[in-house]
Design a binder for this molecule. Structure first.
Ligand SMILES: [Zn+2]
Length: 83
């Protein structure tokens, strides 16, 4: 139903490669995913990896025809990390 990985330098947003991966998971009929949850972990700006920040994203399969990129855009589920 999801995955997590780190972004050491590129920030908490899913990369184009990430989005393609999520879209592929959602499109795979054998997986039957209704949503795909991704957590991207980044180092804290001042504390580094001593205080990792977690950013969850929820990708949903769209009712729109395939090919509409907006349908694959994740929505920010809100940061779980914090001080
Ligand atoms: Zn990524």
């Amino acid at each position: 139903m999801g995955d997590w990985h780190t972004h050491p330098i590129s920030g908490p947003h899913p990369s184009d490669r990430d989005l393609r991966t999520y879209a592929g998971m959602l499109a795979a009929a054998e997986l039957s995913f209704r949503v795909f949850v991704s957590i991207i972990v980044v180092p804290d700006l001042t504390e580094g990896w001593a205080q990792p920040q977690l950013f969850p994203w929820i990708c949903e399969r769209s009712a729109h025809p395939a090919g509409e990129r907006a349908s694959e855009a994740p929505r920010d589920a809100g940061a779980l990390g914090g001080s």
